[in-house]
Design a protein around this ligand. Structure first.
Ligand code: IPD
Ligand code: CA
Ligand code: CA
Ligand code: CA
Length: 267
């Protein structure tokens, strides 16, 4: 249990919101779920359930802590006075959710003064709740998780993701084209938040992606770091939308250096 009362409160609220949204999304998924709107391209989709889940989560958060700031993928943007900001992805892995694949998650993080204090990633169909509090380890369904010992790059199982814009995807495919023969294998799971948690749980050796947004990685970043991973962007830089890399120490530096050489980042 967190010793800091603010962190304990934020964790309890994040777990409650993620659990409620998880039940709503899992049990309420319409059989005939369709695309409600498209965003940056025809394949960048949002369903009515993304929007409804974000409303449910932000409603709960605003109820419990009305002075906090809110930032959500589906448009939540509130400037509060408490210094605490919630960063929310109501469904990370919308395309998996749309098709009925199991790997999608609710991602909720609480930040203060630029630091993530609490992160929760809930994957209801997998029956998994990952959580972390700054400095206090990472847990999967109440059991501590730990990254697996770093292999050399050539033996690493590495996950990645691709964006929604054709030009960006072509560039990402070019990076993968070089990386595939240099690693054990590549995975594309479809949820950045789950990828980061799978690194935390030792189910992947590493993960990288270009072009994420803060709601994709805010919670998973803390969970991965609290499980012993290093996370970052280009060498010497913190993780950012330009590049997100996560792996155990030893592999992390190799992967980061190689991705930089391959131009896996963007400005
Ligand atoms: C997406 C997923 C995916 C990643 C994309 C993200 P969304 O989030 O995390 O794995 O490759 O870059 O945009 O749109 O399903 O919330
Ligand atoms: Ca989206
Ligand atoms: Ca996302
Ligand atoms: Ca989303």
């Amino acid at each position: 249990e967190p010793t800091d009362p603010l962190e304990a409160e934020l964790l309890e609220i994040a777990l409650d919101a993620a659990t409620r949204a998880g039940a709503f999304l899992r049990d309420g998924r319409p059989e005939d779920l369709g695309v409600a709107a498209t965003k940056s391209s025809a394949i960048d989709v949002v369903t009515e359930m993304d929007i409804a889940a974000e409303k449910l989560i932000t409603g709960l958060l605003a109820d419990r802590r009305p002075q906090d700031s809110l930032l959500g993928e589906e448009g939540a943007s509130v400037e509060g006075s408490s210094g605490v900001q919630w960063v929310i992805d109501p469904i990370d892995g919308t395309v998996n959710y749309l098709y009925g694949l199991p790997s999608w998650a609710i991602s909720i993080a609480a930040r203060k003064e630029g630091e993530t204090l609490v992160g929760v990633v809930h994957a209801p169909v997998r029956g998994e709740i990952f959580r972390a509090v700054r400095g206090q380890g990472a847990f999967l369904n109440d059991r501590p998780v730990r990254v697996r010992p770093a292999p050399e790059l050539g033996l690493a199982l590495v996950s990645t993701g691709f964006g929604y814009l054709a030009e960006r995807k072509a560039h990402q495919a070019e990076v993968v084209r070089w990386l595939i023969p240099e690693v054990r294998d590549i995975r594309r799971g479809g949820s950045a938040a789950i990828d980061l948690c799978d690194v935390a749980a030792g189910r992947l050796d590493g993960y990288y992606e270009r072009g994420l947004n803060p709601w994709d990685y805010a919670a998973g970043d803390l969970i991965a770091r609290e499980a012993g991973a290093l996370t970052g962007g280009r060498p010497g830089e913190p993780l950012s939308p330009a590049l997100t890399v996560a792996a155990a120490p030893g592999l992390f530096e190799q992967l980061q250096r190689r991705l930089d050489e391959l131009g896996a980042w963007h400005d």
